[in-house]
Design a protein around this ligand. Structure first.
Ligand code: AVJ
Length: 318
């Protein structure tokens, strides 16, 4: 079977999504949710970010996975349903497939075009694997029970994507995953999470010398123009990345360089010079903090692996 099934669970919500974007833009402070970064240009820029010297998470996680492969594989066990949360180009998951021999691969992402391309490339390489793609928004209630039945499932959530949620939202999301896990013995969550560290290294990772992250941040305005019919000039906003030590989070904003009026879906909004649009949180957790979060979500057993410098952490929670 070099074929795959594909479901778009996003299209139904398009009108509600447009209203949510407009409401966020008109609010004070103005906000755009980070899920809107990932149009095709945004996906490509995120791929470039992952290659940057300053952006340590991707390569550090890869090294932890590679360095503890056997132990992690032994913990998970073979023949699971592999649910890839935020699959992107599916490359991170693909590395695991020969070791884990899952019986199904279910890739979920908000970027439908990227997911289609990834599965069309990948499915023929694994002819024995049953492959499913689901276009969905993970910030909305997660209900995969109809897709998964009662077979043991590995939920894979790498890359510290959990950091885009506030801790309360993250607890709720992890609780949802745990509820999917209790259906069947052998289910669990393999998740990668960035750690707290020197603020200078954290800010450098989100404000790189080449300006790739700045382009990634500004590109959200081009995407928003397309979705809600607005006329943002991406060059009229400056990229801001700062570390809020009290909250343990990177914040990204777009700061209006000049006073300007932007047309948004039939209305307009004035941005003062220096006024910011909030675009992303990226929360960082110590292993103790994240273990507690997993336990609060219902996971009774938590294992953790780290690199030597403790720049990143990988957890297996059941
Ligand atoms: C994909 C959410 C994990 O927070 O580090 C990278 C996104 N933003 N550079 C992160 C991102 C700016 C990334 N996540």
């Amino acid at each position: 079977m070099s074929d795959y099934r594909f479901f778009d669970r996003l299209r139904a919500d398009a009108a509600a999504e447009r209203r949510a974007i407009v409401a966020g833009l008109l609010a004070s402070p103005s906000t755009i949710a980070p899920k809107h970064f990932y149009d095709s240009v945004g996906c490509a820029l995120f791929g470039a970010i992952c290659e940057l010297p300053e952006y340590y998470p991707t390569r550090t996680e890869r090294a932890i996975f590679a360095g503890h492969r056997e132990e992690i594989v032994d913990s998970i066990g073979p023949g699971r349903q592999f649910v890839d949360l935020g699959a992107g180009d599916c490359c991170k998951a693909q590395v695991w497939l020969p070791f884990l021999a899952p019986k199904r691969y279910i890739a979920i992402d908000i970027a439908g075009d990227a997911l289609t391309r990834a599965l069309a490339r990948m499915a023929p390489e694994f002819p024995q694997l049953e492959v499913t793609g689901i276009v969905a928004d993970l910030t909305r209630a997660l209900d995969l029970r109809g897709d998964l039945g009662d077979a043991p499932t590995l939920f894979f959530y790498p890359g510290s994507s959990i950091g885009n949620f506030t801790p309360d939202e993250a607890r709720r999301f992890l609780t949802d995953i745990h509820l999917h896990c209790i259906v069947s013995i052998g289910s669990g969550l393999l998740i990668g999470v960035d750690t707290k560290k020197d603020p200078r290294r954290l800010t450098a990772a989100y404000d790189d010398a080449l300006g790739v992250t700045a382009a990634f941040n500004r590109n959200v305005l081009r995407n928003v123009n397309r979705i809600v019919d607005a006329n943002f000039d991406a060059t009229a906003f400056a990229h801001i990345a700062l570390y809020d030590q009290a909250h343990g989070r990177i914040e990204m904003h777009l700061e209006s360089r000049v006073p300007q009026t932007v047309r948004i879906d039939g209305t307009s909004r004035v941005f003062a010079a220096g006024e910011r649009i909030h675009t992303e949180y990226s929360y960082k957790y110590t292993p103790a903090e994240f273990t507690t979060l997993l336990q609060d979500a219902g996971f009774a057993s938590v294992r953790c692996w780290q690199d030597r410098a403790r720049d990143f952490a990988v957890y297996w929670a059941t």
